[in-house]
Design a binder for this molecule. Sequence first.
Ligand code: HEM
Length: 154
Amino acid sequence: MEVQQQSPKVGAGLSFAALTMLYSVMLLGVYITASHQGLSCPDWPLCPNGFALPSERHFFEHYHRVMVIITAALIYMTAAYTFWNTKPARRTAMIAAIVVSVQIVFGMLVVTLRLEPLIVAIHLSTGILLFAMTLITFLTSLRLARRRRESTTL
Ligand code: HEM
């Protein structure tokens, strides 16, 4: 049975939100590395204060982790939506959903293996791969949404 192609606008909106959050998570991550704050939260999965307001020392690491939760939720939602509704964008969205799960595991390893250089390098490159997959999902959904709009206004 042919899958019904619902509004690609929703897929474009979800993937754009995921992309924006992802960019912010990566920006924070690079800041944490550059300012040598990588081990400011030695606990896992959250910093010592949990979801409570972090102390100054834990600020960036705390928000890197909290923002990852929101980002991952958006990436999973994008994957679920495109899987059922936006066929051409579904492959990269599914890859992004898998890669974000792997990235969270590497985030854990970055902390528990105390900034092992190889793990930090994999964490950075997996982040770039994740960004690429989410960007392609967004651009594909956007192209479909525009095409849909043009065909309905003709
Ligand atoms: C969507 C998921 C994630 C993305 C896209 C992401 C991205 C990044 C990026 C781009 C960096 C900078 C790496 C560098 O400059 O070499 C970084 C650093 C870091 N991330 Fe993540 N991250 C994610 C999840 C996590 C999670 C779940 C943790 C868990 C605690 C974590 C912990 C860290 C730490 C501690 C650093 C600093 C590493 C250092 O000081 O060298 N990340 N992250």
